[in-house]
Design a protein around this ligand. Sequence first.
Ligand code: ZN
Length: 357
Amino acid sequence: MTQPRLGFTRPDNFTPWAGVDPLADDPAQRLTYFLGAHRPPWISQAPVPVFLSLAPVVRYQGRDDAWPLLSPVGAGNGPMVYAIDSGAFTALDSGNPDHPWHLGEDSYAELVQRVIFHTRVTPMFVAAQDRPCEPELLAKTGRDVRRNIFETVENFCYLSENHPDEPWLPTLQGWTPDDYVMCAEVYEQYGVDLGKYRNVGLGSVCRRGAEQTANVIEVVKTLAPLRLNLHGFGMSIDALRVCAPYLTSADSTAWSLAARRRQLRLDGCEHVGDCRNCLSWALAWRETVFDAIRAGDPAQPPVELARMAAADVERLRRELAAAERLAALYPVPAPAPVAPVVPMPAPRPAEQLALAI
Ligand SMILES: [Zn+2]
């Protein structure tokens, strides 16, 4: 039998998607794990949640209504659960001006609306045009963490206010734990209650490398007492092993990079070349991630969030004090003075009588 061109096969030995249950016996089923996808038809092909990059979607813009976002190949096998990634790091790192992250806010929202129109399914969330804070990116773009944090929040607020029908994702940006706390504070200053969101992105934790894994863990544990529904953008397996109990969702496209670097090709694959776009390999990688989540951190076994939060009260106090210091450094402009209310004159006796009648 000839394999479909996209290499769709459905291995029997993967953990099925059955929704998320925070109290599930299986730790891997206590969060939503999205498989990063370069191929939009995976939304309908994959039997698990998919993280769709907008970069390949933008190529459809000249095709009028013929957007091949859904494919009959493998359709019906999946839950059609997906989220949309802005690809901010790639856009800034590559300097590609045609990357959709560079679109104006309204055009970006329009692109997202067309994706939703063609898939006929609302994504779990849509990343706004956030500003990543990796040092090499800051050096390349001439930006700094503070500017990126404010622009991240302002972009989210603009999209939310002007395109309220899409499920925009507020993302915390920064590099050090204090940066992320400051970002949470800035959202609050702009009137955004992060605690009410189903997902809150945790940015700039993707490309830190093995030597930075401890810092990622520190960031996640610092934010944990705030009880936000964190989404770990592209978090490494080593970081997920420890951080999964603190996350609501996560995603990764590392499976594709690994296949490309190792020229990996699964036995039985009939597609051309390595498995960089192979759903079978992506599902196999997902099991590796889940195995790590199930194993947890051998040095520090996962604890229940509530217990952890109680133990971290002192840390929360320290972080809130840091947030207050940062708020003093970056004060929000005072609101415009409100005209004083002029008291109504007391009614005269005749008017009192008329009112009584
Ligand atoms: Zn393959």
